[in-house]
Every structure is written in C-alpha cells, then in structure tokens.
Design a protein around this ligand. Structure first.
Ligand SMILES: [Zn+2]
Ligand SMILES: [Zn+2]
Ligand SMILES: [Zn+2]
Ligand SMILES: [Zn+2]
Ligand SMILES: [Zn+2]
Ligand SMILES: [Zn+2]
Length: 219
C-alpha cells in the first residue's frame, strides 16, 4: 500500500529529499520528503493526512478502509459500512447491490436452493428476495392446469409459450386431445372441454355417442 515509485540510483533519491515529490490528495500541499508520503490506490497523501474520518486517529500503521473517498479505522468503518442483508455484518470489500438490498458476494445466494448467484443470472420477487432463474419460475410461473407443473421458458427463450384456454394455462404439449393426442393448437382443429380434458372433434363426438349409448342402456 505504501509503495513509492522506485528510484534507481542513490543520488536521485537524495536529490528528491529536497524537492516536492507531489501534492497531497487530501490537503493539496506539496509532499517534500518520501518519509511522509503514503500511497492509497495510486493517490499520494501525507502520512498525517490519512486519518479516520470519525475518530481522527492517524491510520498509516493500522488496518483501514476507504468509503466514498474518506478513511476509516476498523472500528469506525463498522459503524458506517453498508451491511449485508443476509448475515448483517459490514461489507468491507465488494458490495453486491440489488434494487432493495446489499450483499457480500459470498452471501448472494438463491433464497430457495442457496446456490451462489454472484456473477450468475438472478431475479428478485416483489419482496426483494433473490432467486436463481429456475427456482423463480418454479415458484412464480403459472401452473399448467392439466399436469400441474409450472410453465417455464426453455433456455434461450425469452417468453414462455403457454396456451391460455378457458382462463387456465397449459403447456403446449399438454394442450392435446386426451384420447388421440392430436395437437389442438392446429388452426383446423376444434377443441372441446369435457369434464377433465380437452378433446378433438372426432373424439368428442365418439364420447358423446357412447355417453348417449350408455344412457340408453341404463334405461
Ligand atoms: Zn496532506
Ligand atoms: Zn476511527
Ligand atoms: Zn453477508
Ligand atoms: Zn435456486
Ligand atoms: Zn402441462
Ligand atoms: Zn382426439
């Protein structure tokens, strides 16, 4: 952290001690000798200018943190740092922000399956909970009225294909005649709902006939 640009020979080093080696990023005054200089991320400071924003202690011999261009000692950083919504500890390094909450990269996990989501695709629900895409759909996708499974977009599909019939949702593969498996999406196919399933016109007519037959037998 406190590296100075290396000087290649002894005489240069001695010459530098009498001239300014740069200006301090805090107080803008020249820094006259390298003993009092301190680098933080390529910015030059007087050692005496690296002080805790809260308790004013000189930090160059301590562990310290920077936040919004200010320096903090370890204890004071804890009071100002953003806290992780999962473990509630201060976040010292990289913060992952969603529209609602902040996380440690290692705490940023799917609420459901706990798989790490740092650098992964994720989504949030209305309460701000984070989910992997699969679990989000499992939880929130419309359920197929026939097979009761969620209707989830295939990978690389931006929209889910689903059939909405009689105000209920179905997988395209479920929207078929229950008897002959004819695809009822076909423009020529007429679709009938009887008790528990969809039927094509043929199968529906057969069912109606046999139903009439059985009614007649009963009588
Ligand atoms: Zn200074
Ligand atoms: Zn402090
Ligand atoms: Zn955390
Ligand atoms: Zn998950
Ligand atoms: Zn289905
Ligand atoms: Zn059929």
């Amino acid at each position: 952290m406190s590296n100075l640009p290396s000087n290649h020979n002894q005489e240069d080093t001695q010459d530098l001690s009498s001239t300014s080696i740069g200006t301090c990023s805090n107080c803008s005054a020249p820094i006259l000798d390298k003993k009092s200089a301190f680098y933080v991320k390529d910015e030059l400071y007087h050692q005496s200018c690296i002080t805790c924003h809260i308790c004013q202690v000189i930090l160059t011999t301590h562990v310290f943190f920077t936040l919004d261009g200010k320096f903090y000692c370890d204890a004071d950083f804890n009071s100002v740092a953003v806290r992780c919504t999962v473990c509630e500890n201060p976040i010292r390094e990289r913060v992952i922000e969603t529209s609602r909450y902040n996380y440690h990269p290692e705490c940023f996990r799917c609420t459901q399956c706990l798989s790490p989501l740092d650098g992964q695709l994720y989504t949030t629900d209305a309460m701000g909970n984070i989910f992997c895409i699969e679990d989000f759909h499992r939880k929130y996708a419309p359920k197929c009225h026939l097979c009761k499974e969620p209707i989830i977009p295939l990978k690389f599909e931006s929209e889910t294909s689903r059939i909405v019939a009689l105000d209920r949702s179905y997988h395209p593969e479920c929207y078929r005649c229950a008897d002959c498996r004819t695809d009822l999406m076909h423009p020529d196919s007429l679709c009938y709902w009887i008790e528990t399933g969809f039927y094509c016109k043929n199968c529906r007519d057969k069912r109606v006939e046999s139903h009439i037959d059985s009614l007649m037998v009963d009588k």
